[in-house]
Ligand binder design. Sequence first.
Ligand SMILES: [Zn+2]
Length: 440
Amino acid sequence: MMIIENVRLLHFHPGSVSAPTDIAIEGARIKEVGPGLAAKYPGAERVSPGGYVSPGLVCSHNHFYSALARGLSVAIEPSKDFAQQLRNLWWRLDRALDEGIVRASGLAGAAEALRWGVTAVVDHHASPDFIDGSLDVLREGFDATGLRGILCYETTDRNGPGEGSAGVAENLRFAKRVDAERASGKEIQVEAAIGAHAPFTVSDATLGLLSGAVRSSKRGLHIHVAEDKYDAVDSRHRFGADICARLDKAGLLGPKTILGHGLYLSREEVDLVNERDAFLAHNAQSNMNNAVGYNHQLPLYRNAVLGTDGIGSDMLASANFAFFKHRDAGGPLWMDAFLRMLQDGNRLLERYFPGRKFGRVEAGFEADLAFWDYDPPTPLTDGNVAGHAAFGMNSAMVSSTMVAGKFAIRNRIPAFDYAAAMASGREQTIRLWKRMEERK
Ligand SMILES: [Zn+2]
């Protein structure tokens, strides 16, 4: 057992700050929270980090495959619209990924996420030249660092025949691997979803395969929808239905469904998403970067969560981008609404990790924790956590990160080889960029 003594508990939503107290951790879970636990359990290891302890942050939509796109030095043709941008940049990147590059991307992505107090990442993976086994290789980064996650492969038909069924097969293979490990008694830290790229690159036949995979694996679909208006128009033009109506008809909207973006969904579709209790993952930085517009319907969602869409994993920054963009767009929400979205990533985890509780520093919850060195010049109280999160705190204040009761980073020192992870990233980046040049 471990006792974390004399720390203040910080919950971002609903905002609360406790008096100094102790946390007792046994195995992967929090056993007890309250004062005097060090005396109650004298044999336990004692840790006195000072500062604040919050639940670990959750990134609900990411692409670790773009971890090595930072500072990209490849000649990219200018794009007139989002569809061209996908072709000129993002699809050229994912077609250039091979096993070694996927391994290095996953490791670098996971290592950085933990530094920002992020304890779980929901990843949406694509590597069309390396589909079979890609999720195992991506998972190596999670296993090596201790990060929790939910992985899937972005099934698509955009590169030719056979690709759609290969994508579905990879999703199913990985979900079955997780099931087999759970059945053998292993504590599961990396779960599976069933992934697809976006409705405009998925045929009805492939949608049927995805539907079967969702049913047989008992997972949910993770897909981009209406990131750009093109996707919504294409759905009505080619398939004669709104995107969400098309997905729902295939049985693909449910409580485990994760829809990325959703900027151009109709009001009827938002109602349907809410009725099916599905999740909408909002990615403010990415939408701003791709200039696709803004999701003005965010306040209407029952389950909205936050992601980065591949722009790192700094979730406090992501909540801030979402908040400031919303203010700029004249929206009615305050920062507490975006901290709620950040918090709701935990409800998504609970749907994929049955029987486990996430997102509170309380007895019975998973010991997924972020430790903050924060010494504010104004009082931090129950009523003003959102103000501190927006105007004072940042992720560089995270000193330690714990997942499932184990420190992945302790007093800023990673339990894994951080320098080697970054070095392998830089080494594979040279190959990645060269392969992109060859794939015009
Ligand atoms: Zn995405």
